[in-house]
Design a protein around this ligand. Structure first.
Ligand SMILES: Cc1ncc(COP(=O)(O)O)c(C=O)c1O
Length: 468
């Protein structure tokens, strides 16, 4: 007689389910049904292995799996015994059911947060159609991204888009799909500079850029900005690359003058340096013709171009792109292989179809019209109701304006007062490494209707009155 329960197993050796898993399954079911009582001993591994005609290691694997799951206990010298089910501290999902703190449930976007598109205008119905068409007719394209550089059809659609909208003549082979402009900026820094190299950044500029540079052990070299755009680097300290926003300086808003563009291109040629053109919101030009990209002017010689779908379509999609000179393609390919493609494959084919069908452009025209109305409203309010407190320049582009403060007002103080009132306003000085002369409020206008801006402006006015 043995002192362990008799277990009958019906093993199917032709099954796709491994034998050890079939053994686990039987023991698990018996433990759950109570047929194996708490504390009962299981047959020693050697005995059961002989009985079932399997290797001992198969039995050990099965028992250990059940120990890990909490069905069995292994006691040194006395083999494996069955646990009471209650002994297993399963959480029962109590924590999973907890609600998230309010600020994580999806932060509310309040006036005047900058660079925020209005997602209430997203063309859900048309997008759903594009996605469902791909699911029905070409589902593989959602899973197989077309290799290192992204979906080929999306790359073709982007090549056409930048030819028409930005005056850039590039082949689809020169396009790399990225996880937004941010990812594209990091890829550029990885491909074009090495530890310790200088990288020229506009000052004021896009704050995360400094952190990306520092995270890659690059040394930021700040380029002051005037009405004609960023200043050329000091010849005594030439950076390996400069990152510029020539169409629409971020956050000040002006366009780089043609002569400054030419100076930069000549400088890059002479220094064997690279220019990265960050054109993340260039589709939002509200008057006249779009200002052609610097990259088109340079014919992709020393310039790398970055575009993004975050602002024209959706921040949540996390898709952007790089346009790379042919001479740099191998270098970028090496970086992409080393660090991996971060853009999700899933939406790429649908976006390609969406662009080819014209829906993308219908959406773009529609949001541009709405953003223009909101921009005019805000500028008008600032010019009439806020004239005692500062002034705004109208650059007729972008997603935010800068309200430059009159003497006696301090942008950090006003931003703090506004935040206390529930308004989101960033001080211009916070965008600058050298803050002198930068005293203003950066005010996004795209994501807010007039009705939403009105009460926020009233509160802002009271902040000015208390601060002055
Ligand atoms: C100047 C600039 N570059 C890049 C980005 C990032 O764009 P994306 O959301 O595509 O990563 C932003 C975002 O606001 C920006 O202001």
């Amino acid at each position: 007689m043995t002192d362990f329960p008799r277990l009958t197993f019906s093993l199917d050796r032709d099954s796709k389910v491994p034998v050890f898993e079939q053994i686990c399954l039987t023991i698990r079911q018996r433990a759950i049904s109570g047929a194996l009582a708490k504390g009962s001993k299981l047959p020693p591994t050697r005995v059961l292995a002989t009985e079932l005609g399997v290797s001992r290691s198969t039995i050990v694997t099965a028992y250990e799996q059940l120990v890990a799951e909490g069905y069995l206990k292994s006691l040194r010298g006395s083999g494996y015994t069955v646990c009471a089910l209650g002994e297993v501290e399963l959480s029962g999902g109590a924590k999973a059911a907890q609600t998230l703190p309010e600020d994580e449930e999806g932060e509310a976007i309040v006036p005047f947060e900058a660079s925020q598109p209005d997602m209430r205008l997203f063309p859900h119905r048309q997008w759903a159609k594009a996605v469902s068409r791909v699911c029905r007719t070409n589902p593989q394209a959602m899973l197989v991204g077309g290799g290192t550089f992204g979906n080929p059809e999306l790359r073709r659609a982007i090549a056409q888009h930048i030819a028409e909208w930005r005056g850039i003549d590039a082949s689809p082979q020169q396009i790399i799909v990225t996880a937004g402009a941010t990812d594209a900026l990091e890829i550029c820094m990885r491909s074009l500079a090495q530890k310790g190299d200088l990288v020229g950044l506009e000052d004021p500029g896009y704050l995360p850029m400094r952190r990306f540079a520092q995270a890659q052990d690059l040394v930021p070299l700040y380029l002051a900005v005037d009405e004609a755009g960023a200043h050329l680097p000091d010849p005594a300290k030439p950076p390996q690359l400069v990152i510029l926003t020539p169409s629409h300086q971020y956050p000040l808003g002006g366009a780089m003058s043609p002569s400054r563009r030419l100076e930069f291109i000549n400088w890059a040629d002479a220094q064997n340096a690279w220019i990265v053109e960050d054109d993340y919101d260039s589709e939002f030009r509200y008057a006249g013709r779009p200002i052609p990209a610097m990259t088109g002017f340079d014919r992709l010689n020393r310039t790398i171009y970055i575009g993004s779908f975050s602002k024209v379509f959706s921040n949540a999609l996390r898709l952007g792109y790089l346009v790379v000179p042919e001479a740099l393609l191998d270098r970028f390919r090496t970086t992409m292989r080393r660090f991996g493609q971060k853009a999700s494959y899933m939406p790429q084919q649908a976006l390609a179809d969406f662009m080819a069908s014209g829906e993308f452009y219908r959406h773009l025209r529609r949001v541009r019209r709405t953003y223009d109305e909101r921009r005019r409203f805000l500028l008008d309010q600032l010019a009439t109701e806020f004239s005692a407190f500062g002034r705004c320049e109208d650059h007729q582009a972008g997603m935010q304006v800068v309200f430059h403060l009159a003497d006696g007002f301090d942008d950090r103080d006003l931003s703090a007062r506004a935040t206390a009132q529930g308004i989101n306003l960033q001080p211009l000085s916070a965008y600058a490494a050298h803050a002198e002369g930068h005293n203003g409020l950066v005010m996004g206008f795209c994501a807010y209707s007039e009705e939403e801006m009105k009460p926020a402006l009233a509160l802002l006015k009271s902040c000015f009155q208390q601060s002055g």
